[in-house]
Design a protein around this ligand. Structure first.
Ligand SMILES: [Zn+2]
Length: 450
């Protein structure tokens, strides 16, 4: 049952700098051998991976599963099903649930439920502060004991620099990375979209890039001061990339991640598809049919917001030169009734697990910005390294988490095909290039394309 022979695929394992046509033999949930003309022991199924990429199971370190407490939006069963459809064998869930993951009991609840109902591996993060309120530190040591892989107040940002400093000192003591949603509240106030040209045209309150950059700068200073590993989540602004690039050159223990919506779309998309395709969407992917959507579509509202074309270009440059080492979705499901309101009142966030691989291939690999192996590294070995996960490689003996995909296959993302409980996604109807063939967790096929 947990054994499988994948034959004839192009095996790309960045952790081992391996890139060649080969067979992969999985026995009892572990990688048993990689080589030429391997034969399947009796009873072991063969999966023909010819013409496809065989990669270590992809990891998404930024996912909102909404369980416990917000299961109308998503739960562990549906969220992990969406992950499997998207090619992800491991996901890391954020602690802004109800109650927040600021205590060992909630960590245990998620671990238990994920083991029972989840189809992919679920790793848990704990809050930096109690109830993610930014006032009092959460019991970081107890959370570590309960098995969390990092701390974050994602969705919120600790504004008190001294509190953040103390949390970093604790995190370092417990060898936990600190992941931060970078948002300076005094600069952002109640902004709902990027502060630039389009928010003025549309009459929406602006969320300035400086609101993110100020906290990235703060985090660089605190990483230097405390020696903690600080990871800046969902970077959207050119200035953030510049700060990160300079700090990394000096050896500061700081890192960053980017999400496909920030390096595909821009703030022009909030003005509707016509404006977007006429302005920043020009030449994007050379799509034959241009998807359309209205102005003020709340599926283009997320936090941090879609930014200018120059910011998008800077994020792509940061991914290309290695400044940004990790790709993720910030999968943030919300119910239709919550999103079907005026732009100002809609919650921030979109789903992303099922589209992130294709969009990353399209913007990074198919455009020639990044070799395939480097893009795969940003979904595997790099997040595994940051979080000290024993994942992200196809080394012999490793857990047999494998993602098989066709990098060139074209498909259209349809609302009816999404496994997520929520349908708040701006990419429905988009022609995408790069399709999952199979998702394998511990030797078991948890998703296979029809
Ligand atoms: Zn966030």
């Amino acid at each position: 049952m947990n054994s499988l022979l994948l034959t004839g695929g192009r095996v790309v394992d960045p952790a081992n700098k391996f890139d060649a046509i080969a067979d992969v033999l999985i026995l009892e949930g572990k990688i048993s051998a990689i080589g030429q003309k391997l034969s399947a022991p009796t009873g072991v199924k063969v999966f023909d991976a010819k013409g496809k990429i065989v990669a270590p199971g992809l990891i998404d370190l930024h996912v909102h599963l909404r369980e416990p407490g917000q299961t109308a939006k998503e739960n562990i069963a549906t969220g992990t099903a969406a992950a499997a459809r998207g090619g992800f064998t491991s996901i890391v869930c954020m602690p802004n649930t109800v109650p927040a993951i600021d205590n060992a009991g909630t960590v245990a609840l998620i671990h238990e439920r994920a083991a029972r109902e989840g189809v992919v591996n679920v790793f848990v993060t704990g809050a930096i502060t109690k109830n993610i309120a930014g006032e009092e530190m959460a019991p970081i040591g107890g959370l570590k004991k309960a098995g969390i892989v990092a701390i974050t107040d994602d969705g919120h940002c600790v504004q008190n620099n001294d509190l953040m400093r103390r949390a970093c000192e604790y995190a370092k003591m417990f060898d936990l990375p600190v992941m931060d949603h970078c948002q300076d509240y005094s600069l952002v106030t109640d902004g709902v979209m990027h502060e630039g040209y389009w928010n003025v045209v549309l009459g929406l309150r602006g969320w300035p890039a400086a609101g993110e950059e100020a906290i990235v700068a703060r985090n660089i200073l605190l990483a230097e001061l405390t020696g903690a590993k600080i990871h800046c989540q969902h970077l959207s602004a050119a200035g953030s990339v510049k700060l990160l690039r300079e700090a990394k050159k000096r050896g500061v223990s700081i890192s960053g991640e980017a999400c496909p919506h920030h390096f595909t779309l821009t703030d022009a998309a909030v003005a509707g598809s016509e404006k977007f395709w006429a302005a920043d969407g020009k030449q994007l992917f050379h799509l034959q049919t241009l998807p359309s959507w209205p102005a003020y579509d709340t599926n283009f509202k997320m936090n941090p917001p879609l930014r200018s074309a120059a910011d998008r270009a800077a994020i792509l440059d940061g991914l290309a030169d290695g400044t940004i080492e990790i790709l993720c979705s910030d999968h943030a499901p919300h119910c239709d009734y919550e999103k079907e309101v005026e732009f100002d009142y809609a919650p921030f966030g979109i789903t992303g697990l099922e589209t992130e691989l294709a969009l990353s291939l399209m913007q990074l690999v198919h455009t020639g910005r990044l070799p395939l192996a480097e893009m795969i590294a940003k979904f595997t070995v790099n997040p595994a390294k940051l979080l000290n996960l024993n994942k992200g490689t196809l080394s012999v003996g490793a857990d047999a988490d494998v993602t098989v995909f066709d990098e060139k296959a074209e498909w259209i993302f349809n609302r009816a095909d999404s496994a997520s409980k929520s349908k708040n996604n701006p990419f429905f109807g988009w022609p995408l290039k790069g399709k999952i063939a199979a998702t394998v967790v511990a030797g078991k096929v948890v998703f296979a394309a029809a």
